[in-house]
Design a protein around this ligand. Structure first.
Ligand SMILES: C[S@@+](CC[C@H](N)C(=O)[O-])C[C@H]1O[C@@H](n2cnc3c(N)ncnc32)[C@H](O)[C@@H]1O
Length: 239
């Protein structure tokens, strides 16, 4: 594993519970003025209050006009496919981030290449995504869309208007493996930090399974296997 990359591991609930503070920490870094929330769709991650308070320019970029309409008024919205080989949008962003988008992209290389191209020199890309080989995501990857939608409604019911389900491919959605780090470096990123999270909340309704899930997550935190994470944060710098 490259020595300069900061790698650490935590529990899945830290990934979700700590997300807002982590993102706001990146958005508050010195020099960050222009931010792009890719796949922000119905749920832009930073509030209008935070954006105004920190005098930020903030754009939500999403492939779906239908999802963008669901986002509150007041946000600047751009409809575009971040994985298009013909992406033609203004760049120069200090921070480009995505939350639960990467798994929905078929062409991961083009996606990360495009993100690099819209970053300013020294700019940061931050992605939060589910990873293989966690069981719920292996199943979601293998099952027909209709069946996985039924399972999701059973194990993790949610407001399907604000949190619609999209097909997932999990391309380049892995924990801090050597291969992942090399992929990002080969594109021209410096991997600043890679955090892998173990465990997930999909068994919360089935107590014995949930306990086993927590027990295994704790063992994996002390003896990490990067390919068995359930979620990851990657913090990449354009150098
Ligand atoms: C699971 S939703 C996540 C929305 C939001 N980030 C959140 O955490 O609630 C995935 C979003 O990515 C968008 N998306 C999927 N593929 C995309 C692409 N190629 N380019 C831009 N947006 C895309 C979808 O339209 C959707 O709004």
């Amino acid at each position: 594993m490259p020595k300069h990359v900061k790698i650490r591991y935590d529990r899945w609930n830290e990934a979700w519970g700590g997300y807002q503070a982590f993102l706001e920490g990146l958005a508050s870094r010195a020099g960050v003025k222009r931010i792009c929330d890719i796949g922000g769709g119905a749920n832009p991650a930073l509030s209008l209050e935070f954006i105004r308070e920190h005098k930020l320019s903030y754009v939500i970029l999403d492939i779906s006009a239908e999802e963008l309409v669901k986002a509150p008024e007041g946000y600047e919205k751009v409809q575009a496919d971040i994985a298009s080989p013909h992406l033609d949008i203004p760049g120069g962003y200090d921070l480009v981030f995505s939350k639960m988008l990467a798994e929905h992209i078929r062409d991961a290389r083009q996606f990360h290449k495009n993100v690099l191209s819209i970053l300013a020199e020294g700019g940061i890309a931050f992605h939060f995504f589910p990873t293989l080989y966690a069981m719920p995501f292996i199943l979601n990857r293998l099952m027909p869309e209709r069946l996985s939608a039924i399972l999701l409604r059973t194990f993790a019911p949610r407001d399907s208007y604000r949190f619609a389900k999209f097909p997932a491919y999990y391309k380049w959605c892995r924990g801090p493996t050597h291969t992942q780090i090399k992929r990002f470096e080969a594109l021209g990123y410096e991997v600043e930090e890679y955090i892998g999270f173990f465990g997930h909340g999909y068994y919360m309704g089935i107590k014995p399974l949930d306990k086993l899930n927590s027990f295994i997550a704790d063992i994996l935190i002390s003896h990490p296997v990067p390919s068995l994470t359930s979620y990851a944060y990657t913090i990449l710098r354009k150098c």
